[in-house]
Design a protein around this ligand. Structure first.
Ligand code: 3BY
Ligand code: FES
Ligand code: FE
Length: 407
């Protein structure tokens, strides 16, 4: 267990508006602390209700070292559990999607209902109490078709303000009745904070994301502020007429805003044309820019008129992070007819692979003896600074409350 004094000293060492001292990006004890202090105590986007179509449909994945399980219940709600058997702890369902009437541990066949209750356990003592050995629950919140989890719900931040902001803005996209087109995970050999710092700025986009910058406004150095203000005002007027709120709305760990794509672009494609023939939002012929919602510590999403994209970074080691990408399309859109899967995923996939190179390269430089934390650009890296400040504030807060912030 890491000493409180070591975290305090490192936080004190950090200069405001600068990247973090080296150990935050590299050390195993700080990684373990991040998992408990940050990842167990935050709402993490893990996927969509569309992935859990029927009662018994489940999604299993691992957050840090903890396998978890999300299961659609008979009453339509989504329940979440630690995917660890209450006998001797084996992982019950392999990571991935599945559907089951009962959850059976592969080790000694303890059998659970989809609601987590233990139904049968062979060869136990006469006084063994099944009711005391159900699966341990985690927190689950579904909003607008998105599924967020919290591993330590007693320490979760209030979800209600985020729900109140996102639900009405996301409703026209009808994600709850959409279909998962595909999910692709890649592994970045970089600390999760380097992955997220990269994901919170577009300072690098013009130079490093030739595909993304076609549709995505990469804060053009060649357009004046007046151009941008006028473009946004016209867009906001058009969206208001279509009944689509633009926001922005934000809280300390979330941000929701709708904004225009580059002129002429309706989706994240190489020519700006839609990627899916059946639109998710019909207003303005699907020409509605993008709704972006982002949550600390690890996600951002974009919903254009024709598809929705999720980016969620799940730490797997001090210098290893799994980036999960998912795409949703209209429930009736047929692959090969209404969309081509490679075309649908191309721009964000290239972007994620380019960002992997950048984060891994960042990690190499940060690991060296020559690394000294450097200053963020106030104009181009404001959201990186906010992310890092949010992170430091959480650690400080927890030091004040319970020493080293273990849950
Ligand atoms: O967070 C976002 O919306 C974007 C997507 C590309 C880079 N990142 C700043
Ligand atoms: Fe699951 Fe034994 S560990 S049944
Ligand atoms: Fe990027």
């Amino acid at each position: 267990m890491i000493e409180a004094s070591r975290i305090q000293a490192l936080l004190d060492e950090r200069k405001p508006h600068h990247s973090l001292p080296q150990p935050f990006y590299r050390d195993a004890d700080l990684f373990d602390h991040d998992m408990e202090a940050i990842f167990h105590r935050s709402w993490l986007l893990v996927g969509f209700e569309a992935e859990l179509a029927e009662p018994g449909s489940y999604l299993a994945l691992t957050i840090g070292r903890s396998p978890i399980l999300l299961v659609r219940q008979k009453d339509g709600t989504v329940a979440g559990f630690f995917n660890s058997c209450r006998h001797r702890g084996a992982q019950i369902c392999a990571d991935g999607h599945g559907r089951a009437a009962r959850l059976v541990c592969p080790y000694h066949q303890w059998t659970y209902g989809t609601d987590g209750r233990l139904l049968s356990a062979a060869r136990m003592a006469a006084d063994f109490d099944k009711d005391r050995h159900g699966l341990n629950p985690i927190g689950v919140e579904c909003v607008g078709g998105c599924v967020y989890v919290c591993l330590s719900p007693a320490h979760a931040p209030d979800f209600a303000p985020f729900r109140a902001a996102l639900e009405p803005m996301l409703a026209p996209h009808r994600l709850a009745e959409a279909r998962l087109a595909t999910s692709i995970a890649i592994v970045d050999k970089a600390n999760w904070k380097l992955v997220m710092e990269n994901g919170r700025e577009c300072h690098h986009c013009a130079a490093c994301h030739p595909e993304l910058k076609i549709a995505f406004p990469v804060s053009a150095a060649d357009s004046t502020e007046k151009d941008e203000v006028e473009l946004f005002a016209r867009y906001a007027e058009r969206m208001a007429a279509a009944g689509l709120e633009v926001g922005p709305r934000s809280g300390d760990w979330w941000h929701v805003a709708r904004f225009p794509l580059n002129p002429g672009a309706k989706s994240f494609s190489l020519d700006g044309t839609p990627l899916v023939a059946k639109p998710m939002v019909e207003a303005c012929g699907g020409d509605i820019g993008t709704l972006r919602w982002a949550t600390e510590p690890n996600s951002f999403c974009h919903a254009a008129g024709d598809n929705a994209f999720m980016f969620s970074a799940i730490p797997t080691g001090p210098m290893e992070t799994t980036v999960i990408a998912k795409w949703l399309v209209h429930k009736d859109a047929v692959e090969g007819v209404d969309y081509d899967l490679d075309r649908l995923t191309h721009v964000w996939m290239e972007t994620n692979l380019q960002d992997r190179e950048l984060a891994e390269n960042n990690q190499r430089g940060v690991n060296g003896a020559g690394y000294v934390p450097g200053p963020y650009s106030p104009e181009a890296e404001e959201y990186v600074d906010r992310f890092v400040s949010w992170y430091c504030d959480r650690l400080r807060e927890q030091l004040a409350v319970d020493g080293v912030g273990r849950s």
